[in-house]
Design a protein around this ligand. Sequence first.
Ligand code: ZN
Length: 317
Amino acid sequence: MLKINRIGIFVVIILSLILSACGRNNTHFQEKSINEENQKISDNYENTENDLIIVTSFYPIYVFTKNIAHDIPGVKVINMTEPQTGCLHDYQLVPADMKTLEKADIFVINGAGMESFLDKVMSQLPDLRIIEASLGIPLLKDDNGEENPHVWVSISGAINEVHNIAEGLAALDSKNSAKYIENSEEYVKRLEALKDKMHDALKDIKTKDIVTFHEAFPYFAQEFGLNIVSVVEREPGSEPSAGELAATIKAINDSRVKVLFAEPQYSTKAAEAIASETGAKVYILDPVVTGPKDAAPDSYEKTMEENLKVLVEALYD
Ligand SMILES: [Zn+2]
């Protein structure tokens, strides 16, 4: 027994020497500095008994991050913007936002150009750690060649963003990394089930051509094989000009599109005008950019379930 133990200890010592030597030789400089930074974050909120404050830029990112950080002691998720703000295309930071960000340890954003104020944040708070949910996800481009940031509107996109956020949080807050990954896997399982359910319900749709408002739905359309014939208001909240309206009406009449999808966040005035000129019907699809202040963990799923009902009604006609 004694002999075996001695050999065992010897093996452990040799192994740990080899491992530490490997670690030293193979650790990439950047990795090492990230690890040192991680240590700092964990130490900070542990030693001072402060919470780790994760700030999110807007509603969908807030819902995803809340699921990922669910039930982790000492970790707090705060949404920077009001939950009714909608997409952040032209959002201007208000002083309260900078105050929120000053308290933040980590800022989780959608990225892909959605947060147009990001440069300002990075120059004023150069030490703020930023996680970009859309990082590495192939982006669709609009007619003007600009990248479309509305990745989360497709469930596959949402799943990719959840993975990105979870991996980012796990890397920055090593103390809780296992929990972030575990929560995200549980959440992704629910999202996968929802995706399957939607694919199943929409697999035999007869109508595939649709018209939408604001550039929120290309990823969603791609996921479910829909063809967006025209987008009425490219800039959210802006009313289309008479010329744009006429072009849309022509496109709808030419393609015999029967359904228009407006959004709950914006006025349906233009949609109704187009509907009366074309005989197409107006339905409401929600790109999950707004919601209640204290978002429930299943807020995204609930909204998508509602969207599914609308799609089934609109596209099986
Ligand atoms: Zn948008």
